[in-house]
Every structure is written in structure tokens, then in C-alpha cells.
Design a protein around this ligand. Structure first.
Ligand SMILES: *[C@@H]1O[C@H](CO)[C@@H](O)[C@H](O)[C@H]1NC(C)=O
Ligand SMILES: *[C@@H]1O[C@H](CO)[C@@H](O)[C@H](O)[C@H]1NC(C)=O
Ligand SMILES: *[C@@H]1O[C@H](CO)[C@@H](O)[C@H](O)[C@H]1NC(C)=O
Length: 359
């Protein structure tokens, strides 16, 4: 463990770093219609409730849909975006040392143009990794250089534009052991240190996160993630936050969210809900849509209960572009808006939570 004084300094420095220069929604920046079914916007409500943002994932292939973009590109609705694919390793460094940021830049420009926070997603992950990283059979020295070059180049490219980077994505198995991928098998946990240090050096103002799933609730994977944070802190490796992916199932939202979130807060770091969706078996039913309203309420309310929960990102805001049906055949309807971009009961669940109501 780090000494107490080091932890205090760490906590104080966190509260001063980076946030002030970034956008805030303005209640007067755009006139929205008023009426019984219309609220000022999810991000407007989230900021009123003390959060930095309510945000969404988006993807380049969706941006020719003007009905979609005209709702999304309004920071009363969404104050943060995450590129679903276009900043991943296979998209940004398809060949060793050959970087392409064209698609990622399109998403970064939306964030800039509409006054949204940008979450960079992601730098080091075992999936959507170009074959060469594994096929070249790098030794430890070689792979360390590959990781450092990738992280440094990408973070430097977006320097000043990114609120938080998912520097490490999904490093743990569900039983809390480290995932045995090319990075861990070659470098042990040093790959985590190398990536975090390179990211800090390349953009000192970006928050550095580790992002994973099944760490949202009390359990061995969450404990393992907390132990990783403690070890990084003890070793003076920069770590600012944890991403709680939050891909849940209707009727099965964990009951220990708040207790678990508080345990991360107690480590002196922040966290965010980074990939929220709540899927159901298809076809959808009225009962499941109603349960989903309660479930979205529960998750948003849990974020509100812990002050260092910075914000909530849905893993796209409409069922039209959700990853769920293609990844979990037979499942879907996981987002707050339907295929026609119409608000579902889940949307109301989010609003009620952000307005401090109960369900
Ligand atoms: C947008 O482009 C994709 C291909 O990238 C296409 O499948 C889709 O139909 C287009 N959508 C609209 C609204 O034009
Ligand atoms: C690692 O690989 C590089 C490039 O192939 C080689 O030059 C170096 O000697 C290797 N280092 C070790 C410790 O094997
Ligand atoms: C933990 O899970 C991983 C991945 O499923 C598995 O390979 C490993 O054997 C498990 N370890 C223990 C101690 O159960």
C-alpha cells in the first residue's frame, strides 16, 4: 500500500486535474420543445444532478443517419461520446508503426463541435487487435516497445481532446486472475504499467482508466480489480479511474452496485459507467420493457449515490445501432430508444433517477 500522505496528495491532485477546461452544457444553448413527455435532455439532467456527463457510444457507420445525428449532436442530450470501434488498435495501427486516425478524428471532431467530453476507447486490449501484434512473436523487450509506441502515438495524437482514456481494456478473467493474452503472457503485469506511464507522459491531463465488465458488483473479479488499483498506487503507477462497463440483463441488475462503487471510491480514484445497456430476450414484451425502466433507474441511481461516479455512457442510445443482437443472438432491445429512435420506458427510468425521483 502507498503511505497515507501519498494517498492524500494523490486524492488532492485528482480533484484539480483536467476538468475545468472541459465543456458544460448550457441550459440556454439550444431551445428544446417543452411538454409533458419532453425533458431538457439527459445530459442537462445529469449535470444538474452533479455528474460531468450523460453520454453515448457511437460509430462512424451510423453518422450518415441524419435522424440519429440530429438528436445526438446536442449536448443537452449527450455531453460525452465514445467511439465504439474507430480508436481501437486494429483501426489505428493496422500495420506496425503505420497509424491511421481518420475515423477516430471524425468522432473527436463531433465531441469538439458540440461541446462534449470524449472518452478514448481503447489502447491495449486482446480483441480487435491486429494479427501482427501476436504473429510477430515479440520477446518482452520487443512487445514493451510495441505497446509504448502504440499508446504514445495515439494518446499524443488526441492530446488535449480526451477527458479519459480506457488505457487497459478487460485485463481480468471472471475469477479475478489476469487474462492470459499476448500482453500478459509476454510481459506479465508490466504491460499495464508500461501503457499507463506512456499515456500519462503523452497527455498529462487525460484521466487514465482501466475498463472491464463483471466488476460492477461485489465479487472476486471486483476484488481483483481493487487489488490491481492498490498495487498500481503502491508502485506509483498513474491510475485515475475504473470503467464499469455495465452490460446487464433485464431483471438481473446486480443488487450490490452502490456498495461496490463505494469500495472503488474509497481507493481515492474516480469511476464511470462506461458501456451501459440492459438486454432482454426477443421478442420484447411490455413486462420486460417495464422491468427495463426499473433497471435503468437502478443503475443511474447507483451512480448518483457515489460522488466520484463521473458519468454514465450508454453503449449506443438506440436499439437501431446496439451491438447486442449480433453479439448475443436472440437478445436485444437493450437501449433507452427503440429502432425508430423513440423513447422507451427505460428512458423514463433514467429521467426519474436523474431528477431524484423514485420508482
Ligand atoms: C449508412 O451507410 C451504411 C453503410 O455504411 C448503410 O448500410 C446505411 O444504409 C446508411 N444509412 C443511411 C441512413 O443512409
Ligand atoms: C528480443 O528481440 C530482439 C529483436 O528480435 C533481439 O534483438 C533481442 O536480442 C531479443 N532480446 C532478448 C532478451 O532475447
Ligand atoms: C480462472 O479463469 C481462467 C479463464 O477462464 C482459467 O484459465 C483459470 O484456470 C482460472 N483459474 C483458477 C484459479 O480457477
Amino acid at each position: 500500500m502507498a503511505s497515507l500522505s501519498a494517498l492524500v496528495v494523490f486524492a488532492v491532485s485528482l480533484s484539480f486535474r483536467g476538468v475545468s477546461a472541459l465543456p458544460q452544457a448550457s441550459a440556454t444553448s439550444a431551445a428544446l420543445p417543452t411538454g409533458t413527455a419532453v425533458v431538457q435532455g439527459l445530459n442537462y439532467l445529469a449535470q444538474n444532478a452533479g455528474k460531468l456527463y450523460f453520454g453515448t457510444a457511437t460509430d462512424n457507420s451510423e453518422l450518415n443517419d441524419t435522424a440519429y445525428t440530429s438528436y445526438m449532436e446536442n449536448n443537452l442530450h449527450f455531453g460525452q461520446i465514445t467511439p465504439e470501434n474507430s480508436m481501437k488498435w486494429d483501426a489505428t495501427e493496422p500495420e506496425p508503426g503505420t497509424f491511421t486516425f481518420t475515423d477516430g478524428d471524425v468522432i473527436a471532431d463531433i465531441a469538439k463541435n458540440y461541446g462534449m467530453y470524449l472518452r478514448g476507447h481503447n489502447l491495449v486490449w486482446y480483441e480487435q487487435l491486429p494479427d501482427w501484434v501476436t504473429a510477430n512473436n515479440y520477446n518482452a523487450t520487443g512487445l514493451a516497445a510495441v505497446v509504448e509506441t502504440h499508446v504514445t502515438t495515439e494518446v499524443a495524437h488526441y492530446k488535449g481532446q480526451v477527458y479519459a482514456w480506457d488505457v487497459i481494456n478487460e485485463p481480468l478473467n471472471d475469477n479475478g486472475t489476469f487474462r492470459e493474452d499476448v500482453f500478459y503472457d509476454t510481459l506479465g503485469t508490466d504491460y499495464i504499467t508500461i501503457a499507463l506511464q506512456a499515456a500519462r507522459a503523452a497527455d498529462p491531463n487525460a484521466k487514465l482508466y482501466i475498463n472491464d465488465y463483471n466488476i460492477e458488483y461485489v465479487g472476486e473479479k471486483s476484488t481483483a480489480m481493487q487489488n490491481l488499483v492498490k498495487q498500481l498506487q503502491a508502485d506509483n503507477v498513474p491510475i485515475d479511474g475504473i470503467g464499469m462497463e455495465s452490460h446487464f440483463i433485464v431483471g438481473e441488475v446486480p443488487t450490490t452496485l452502490v456498495e461496490n462503487f463505494q469500495a472503488f471510491a474509497d481507493l481515492g480514484i474516480e469511476f464511470a459507467i462506461t458501456e451501459l445497456d440492459i438486454r432482454m430476450e426477443l421478442p420484447e414484451t411490455a413486462a420486460n420493457l417495464d422491468q427495463q425502466k426499473t433497471d435503468f433507474y437502478t443503475v443511474v441511481n447507483a451512480c448518483l449515490q457515489v460522488s466520484v461516479c463521473r458519468g454514465i455512457t450508454v453503449w449506443d442510445w438506440t436499439d437501431k445501432y446496439s451491438w447486442v443482437p449480433s453479439t448475443f443472438p436472440g437478445w436485444g432491445a437493450a437501449t433507452p430508444f427503440d429502432d425508430n429512435l423513440v423513447e422507451k420506458p427505460a428512458f423514463d427510468g433514467i429521467v426519474i433517477a436523474l431528477e431524484g425521483g423514485s420508482i
